[in-house]
Design a protein around this ligand. Structure first.
Ligand SMILES: Cc1cc2nc3c(=O)[nH]c(=O)nc-3n(C[C@H](O)[C@H](O)[C@H](O)COP(=O)(O)OP(=O)(O)OC[C@H]3O[C@@H](n4cnc5c(N)ncnc54)[C@H](O)[C@@H]3O)c2cc1C
Length: 468
């Protein structure tokens, strides 16, 4: 059972993506009132969700803890291996298996599912189990202010709340209101990310592609290339294969594509493929209409909380990861878990601003470090051809020849320790530590100063009374 807040307040969450929905669920669990404002309808969102999403152990663990394990497992596939190939030739470089006992230590699993299942507000897996997200149909916020705090809608209507949460992704209006500019929009893009799916039946019907479905364990396929990379995996929920493709655009005129929902012509994606192994080429020929999003390396955003201490950004709006990152959804759900745990301690309104600032303090280093790791991973996946890339490939080939993990990850390795830190993150522990070290101290100091003030007032009254 989660601890319920002594004081219940109203939150307006702008954005019904993973961050907004997770935040609504988590806040409801600790007793707060939440309204989610989402600009798109469920049908629009499910049409706009073009591909697969990967949930690493640190996020599946939180969702399991919220009672969603059975539901999630019904619509997802658990992956326990990675196969690495060379993008241009298809050469097999090696494999890595996640050991069950090792994953158990983290408390979660690698779950792969269709993005529409997790990102649509009312048909979503999450909200169907937690009707936490009362969202008026397709509501767009046009302006926000921490003074009020208030949100103005396209209809001209103004909504008031105790706290506004900006879970409105990139081009976040809440981020712009806090920081004063659109940080993400202003950053240059380095590559393009294409997101699509391939019908499972079509792949199984092709003798060259059918083996992708006949692995002894569910496998993620990664192609490492010269300025290009691809990742493919089976998803739960639909009989489809997800395909993620990153390219440094060689061709001008395609750089304006930047929308998860923007249905592109398949030929636009295929034009960017460059030299690529025959199986990958075949997969892309069978693919559905892709979406294309710009991949940006955005420096950490300094302010997540507004000057009034009543408005905050979370998820992609606060710490944008490169598009297609493994940890994108995970960071959003961790944010929600930390945020709600802090607000489970709410006893009076004075604490609101402290909790919003504590949220940033607790999350910013973790998110910056994950952002850095994801940027490095992407660099590794699409390293330009040259001596460095060749050396990395040789090292992987050598490990495979010795029967080792392609990445050199063993339970005794330093990488495994780092992964355990990454996946073993426990939002509740983080907040409990903060509460014991700072939150309680602050409460006690406040109570002491109230007691001192009362004592002084009593003494003042007594002396006035004596004089009279
Ligand atoms: C339609 C869509 C499809 C996606 N598909 C995939 C996928 O297939 N694979 C993958 O790895 N990642 C996908 N992502 C990205 C992934 O969801 C995010 O990277 C990550 O999970 C962080 O989520 P978020 O909730 O912080 O932001 P987002 O997922 O960007 O959600 C922000 C939400 O806020 C809403 N919003 C923005 N401004 C306003 C406003 N002014 N008023 C009301 N609502 C507003 C948006 O419509 C959106 O639903 C998708 C994102 C979207 C929006």
């Amino acid at each position: 059972m989660s601890r319920k807040a002594e004081l219940t307040i109203k939150f307006l969450v702008i954005g019904g993506g993973i961050a907004g929905l997770a935040c609504a669920i988590a806040l409801r669990r600790v007793g707060h009132r939440v309204v989610v404002l989402e600009q798109y309808s469920d049908i629009d969102i499910s049409k706009m969700s073009h591909g697969g999403i990967r949930l690493p152990p640190n996020v599946s663990k939180v969702l399991f803890h919220w009672g969603l394990e059975r539901a999630l497992r019904q619509v997802s596939i658990t992956s326990s291996a990675i196969e690495v190939k060379i993008y241009e030739t298809g050469e097999f470089i090696g494999k890595h298996y996640w050991k069950e006992e090792a994953l158990r230590e983290t408390g979660g699993d690698f779950l792969f599912l269709h993005a529409c299942i997790i990102s649509s507000p009312r048909i979503t897996l999450i909200s169907s189990f937690h009707p936490a997200c009362q969202s008026p149909a397709s509501t767009t916020a046009v302006s926000v202010s921490g003074d009020g705090p208030r949100v103005t809608l396209t209809t001209g209507e103004t909504l008031l709340a105790d706290v506004i949460v900006g879970a409105d992704g990139h081009s976040s209006i809440v981020q712009q209101a806090i920081v004063g500019k659109d940080v993400i929009d202003a950053a240059p893009y380095q590559s393009l990310f294409y997101n699509t799916t391939v019908p499972g039946a079509l792949m199984r019907a092709d003798p060259q592609l059918a083996p992708f479905f006949k692995q002894p364990v569910e496998t993620t396929f990664v192609w490492l290339g010269n300025n290009r990379s691809a990742v493919a995996f089976r998803m739960g929920g639909k009989d489809e294969f997800a395909l993620h493709l990153w390219v440094r655009p060689m061709q001008k005129g395609l750089s304006d594509d930047d929308c998860w929902g923007g249905g592109l012509e398949l030929k636009d994606m295929r034009r960017q493929l460059g030299e690529c192994e025959p199986k990958l080429l075949k997969i892309t020929k069978l693919a559905a209409t892709p979406a294309c999003v710009q991949v940006k390396m955005v420096p950490p955003i300094e302010d997540w909380v507004d000057e009034h201490g009543r408005m905050v950004i979370i998820g992609e709006a606060a710490h944008p990861l490169p598009a297609g990152s493994l940890q994108g959804g995970a960071m959003a759900v961790e944010d929600a878990a930390v945020f709600a745990k802090l607000f489970s301690h709410l006893r009076n309104r004075d604490q609101i601003s402290t909790f919003l600032h504590a949220f940033q303090d607790l999350r910013e280093d973790r998110c910056a470090s994950v952002m850095h790791t994801e940027q490095c991973n992407l660099y590794f996946q699409m390293m330009p051809a040259g001596p460095r890339q060749e050396q990395c490939n040789q090292e992987m080939r050598a490990r495979t020849a010795q029967g080792e993990s392609v990445f050199g990850i063993s339970e005794a390795s330093e990488q495994w320790e780092q992964l355990k830190d990454l996946w073993g993150y426990d939002a509740d522990n983080e907040v409990d530590d903060w509460w014991v070290k700072w939150g309680l101290l602050r409460e006690r100091a406040k109570q002491r100063s109230i007691a001192m003030e009362t004592e002084m007032n009593t003494a003042r009254l007594r002396s006035l009374y004596m004089r009279a």
